[in-house]
Write a protein that binds this ligand. Structure first.
Ligand code: RFL
Ligand code: PHB
Length: 389
C-alpha cells in the first residue's frame, strides 16, 4: 500500500506536520529512529512564539499548554549590571509563551495515540529511495527490514538526519554556514527563577541566560569555549558562575539546587538551499539551524510545517502543485529573517575571542542605544515575538 505522506523524524516538526496532515484526512506515517521516551526527554527549547502556540490551538492539543505555559509580556537584555526591559506586549501587542519542548513533544505524542496518528519509533538504518520518481523508505525495526512507499517523503529528521544528505549528494544545493567559537553550558534545576522574565546578559565573563520552565523550575546557560567539557563543570562551579553574573541584576538572586540535566551545545547558523528534491521536502532543523539566542529554532520548525501542510493539503484536495512549488521561497523568506535576528543577538550579547576593547565598547554602545531608543526596542520585540507567517 502506498501512503500519501511519510515523515522522517518525530521531533516538533515531524509531530506537528503529522497532526496537521492527519487532521486534514491525509494518510500519513511518522518514522523515528529513537524511542519515544528518549525524544520526550530531550531538553531543548523553552520559548514559543504565537506561530507555534496557534498551531497547537488549531490542532486542539493546547489544554496542558494553556494551563501550564507562562505568558511572558517582556524579556530583558543586561549590559553589565544595567537591565534593559523589552516590553513586548506594549511594543507589539503580543507575547511569547514559556513552555518546554519536552512538554510540547509529550502532548503531541499523547495526542498521536488518541487520534490514530501512526508514529513508528526505534526504526534504524533508514534510507530514502527514488526521491525523484516513486519514493519509498526502508528501515530496520525489531530485526526486520521494512519498506513504506509514499507519494511524498518529508525530512523532519533534524540537523544530523539522512534527508538533507541525500539532497546534498544529488548536487546543486547550496549551504550557508557560520560556526561560533563557543557553546552554551545549560543547567535545569527545580529552583525558582531568579527573575520573573528571561534575562539575556552580556557580562565581562561572557554571555549568560536566565530562563525557566515554570515558577519552580529554572533553566540557565553560560557561554563556554568549545574546548570545555562537563567534567570541568561540577554543579557548584556553575552555580558560582551564575550567581556572579545574575545576583547583581536580578530580583531574588540565584537559588541553587541539584541539576536535573546539564549539557553543552555548540552554536551554529546554517541554511540549506534547496528544501525540495523531487518528492522529498525538508522542514525544521533538517534544513536550517539558528544559534539559540532569540529562541527561534522550534518556532521556525513550526512555520515551515504550517506552510508545508497547507501546500500538501491543497495538493491532495485539488491536485494543484502551486503551494508545493512555492514552499521553499515562502519558508526561506521567514528563515533568513530569523537567521538574521539570531545572529544579531548572538553578536550583540556574546564575548567573541577575536574581539578586543573596541568591539566591547561597540556592544556596550549598541546596548545603551537600545536602552534609550523605543524604535530599537520595537525592532527587537517584533523579531522576538516572531514575524508574521
Ligand atoms: P529535532 O528536534 O532535531 O527532531 C528530529 C528528529 O529526527 C529524528 N531522526 C531520525 N529519525 C529516523 N531516522 C533517522 N535516520 C533519523 N535521524 C534523526 C531524531 O531522532 C529527532 O527525533 O528537529 P525538529 O523537529 O526540526 O525541531 C527543531 C527543534 O528541536 C530545535 O530547532 C530547537 O530545539 C532549537 N532550540 C530552541 N528553539 C526555540 O524555538 N526556542 C528555544 O528556546 C530554543 N532553545 C534550542 C534551544 C536548541 C538547543 N539545543 C540543544 C540545540 C536550546 C538549546 C540548548
Ligand atoms: C530555554 O529556556 O531553554 C531558552 C530560552 C531562550 C532561548 C534559548 C533557550 O533563547
Amino acid at each position: 500500500m502506498t501512503r500519501q505522506v511519510a515523515i522522517i523524524g518525530a521531533g516538533p516538526s515531524g509531530l506537528l506536520l503529522g497532526h496537521l496532515l492527519k487532521a486534514a484526512g491525509i494518510d500519513v506515517v511518522i518514522i523515528e529512529r529513537q524511542a519515544q521516551a528518549y525524544v520526550e526527554a530531550r531538553i531543548r527549547a523553552g520559548v514559543l512564539e504565537t506561530v507555534t502556540t496557534d498551531l497547537m490551538r488549531r490542532l486542539g492539543i493546547d489544554a496542558r499548554m494553556n494551563a501550564d505555559g507562562l505568558i511572558e509580556d517582556g524579556f530583558n537584555l543586561a549590559s553589565g549590571d544595567q537591565l534593559i526591559r523589552i516590553d513586548i506586549k506594549r511594543l507589539t501587542g503580543r507575547h511569547v509563551t514559556v513552555y518546554g519542548q519536552t512538554e510540547l513533544t509529550r502532548d503531541l505524542f499523547a495526542a498521536a495515540q488518541e487520534r490514530g496518528l501512526e508514529a513508528i519509533c526505534e526504526a534504524s538504518d533508514l534510507a530514502i529511495h527514488d526521491a525523484e520518481g516513486a519514493p519509498f523508505v526502508t528501515f530496520v525495526r525489531g530485526g526486520a527490514i521494512q519498506r513504506i512507499d509514499a507519494q511524498f517523503v518529508i525530512g523532519c529528521d533534524g540537523f544530523h538526519g539522512p534527508s538533507r544528505r541525500l539532497i546534498a549528494d544529488a548536487g546543486g544545493a547550496k549551504s550557508f554556514e557560520r560556526e561560533y567559537p563557543f557553546g552554551w553550558l545549560g543547567i535545569l534545576a527545580d529552583v525558582p527563577p531568579c527573575h520573573p522574565e528571561l534575562i539575556y546578559a552580556n557580562t565581562d565573563d561572557g554571555f549568560a541566560l536566565a530562563s525557566m520552565r515554570s515558577p519552580t523550575r529554572s533553566r540557565y546557560y553560560v557561554q563556554v569555549p568549545l574546548t570545555e567539557t562537563l567534567e570541568n563543570w561540577p554543579e557548584d562551579r556553575l552555580w558560582d558562575e551564575l550567581a556572579r553574573r545574575f545576583d547583581p541584576i536580578c530580583d531574588f538572586g540565584v537559588t541553587r539546587g541539584p541539576a536535573l540535566e546539564m549539557s553543552i551545545a555548540p552554536l551554529r547558523s546554517f541554511v540549506f538551499e534547496t528544501m525540495r528534491h523531487g518528492r522529498l521536502f525538508l522542514a525544521g532543523d533538517a534544513a536550517h539551524i539558528v544559534p539559540p539566542t532569540g529562541a527561534k529554532g522550534l518556532n521556525l520548525a513550526a512555520s515551515d510545517v504550517a506552510y508545508l501542510s497547507d501546500a500538501l493539503v491543497d495538493y491532495f484536495r485539488s491536485g494543484s502543485e502551486e503551494g508545493l512549488i512555492g514552499y521553499e521561497r515562502k519558508a526561506l523568506s521567514r528563515i533568513w529573517k530569523a537567521e538574521r535576528f539570531s545572529w544579531y543577538l548572538t553578536k550583540l550579547m556574546h564575548r567573541f575571542p577575536e574581539d578586543g576593547p573596541f568591539e566591547h565598547r561597540m556592544q556596550a554602545a549598541e546596548l545603551d542605544y537600545v536602552a534609550q531608543s523605543e524604535t530599537m526596542q520595537t525592532v527587537i520585540a517584533e523579531n522576538y515575538v516572531g514575524l508574521p507567517l
